[in-house]
Design a protein around this ligand. Sequence first.
Ligand code: AMP
Ligand code: MG
Length: 339
Amino acid sequence: MRINRLILIVFVCMFISGCEQNGYNKSQGSTELQTKTIFAMDTAMQFQIYTSRSDIIDLLENEIKHLDRLFDRGNSESDIYLINNTSAPITVADDTATVINTALEISSQTDGAFDISIAPIMDAWGFYTHDYVIPDTSVIDELIKNVNYHEISLNANTVCTPDNMMLDLGGIAKGFAADKLVKIIEDNDINSGIISLGGNIAAIGSKPDGSQWSVAIQDPFNSDKYIGAVSVADKAVVTSGAYQRYFESGGNIYHHIIDPHTGYPADNDIASVTIISDNGTTADALSTALFVMGMDNAADYYRKHQSFDAVFITKENEIYITPGLKNSFKSENTFSVIE
Ligand code: AMP
Ligand code: MG
């Protein structure tokens, strides 16, 4: 078996002119480009912020560490560890309650395609330990009885779950973290920057020259290529793709986005989903959920809600965009607009 995990630093370098070294500050008129790459939440994170404030990167890093301590399933003091390993109700931090609340809303809107109680299934496939196995059907059948977001109760900051249930915020935590970092950046009167938390990009304002940020969307079938780019200002751009984390066995690929109704990696016509939205938390949850739902159901979800834009790439290599991207999506490939 082989694990292939993409580190997304290269991705960020594609759409920002010049890839800076850690801590390198490049003068841009009255402001400077502050950059840093860190590893947290099991992924590479890159910050590129235009400001003369030299302490901003430290503020961002501290916030990520704070959230990682709340959400990390492996940290015996984290909220999620306590929920997963204690029978009694747990009082969690405001941030944890907010993430769980949004997760439950998206679960309900997507008929359970998004479900943070997926943790036991992730473990059975070895995605938590990176020790990959194909579980027996009987194991999946047993574990999936514990996957049911309806049984997560959240009252103010008190979380109650059945004994065998375990939560995993991996499908939403980075989007929430991106929103929190954007708030810190804006509260410090900074209006230009871009952050990448794994596949979660947040564009703050526009580039220093006033033009929009161009965020490249990876070709799911070729890690060296991009299928196009979206021009954005003040948006989250979040991609979920089978190529981001997977292992191979017997010529088959098993990836990390699980269909909570089957316990197996979602297997439909979608190869990747990119959500473009004002809200990074819902963008993150939705990219995962719409990937699970497949093209027809995802397009129906868009038509019903229309609170975001999206780029879908199918396994047939077709590209579909939502109407809001007609002027901002650029690609050398042909693409269709969802009506
Ligand atoms: P993303 O990369 O944002 O699509 O999220 C994938 C991660 O979310 C996985 O690594 C798991 O931690 C978790 N996950 C996988 N499948 C689901 C699902 N159907 N609903 C919620 N979280 C999921
Ligand atoms: Mg997600």
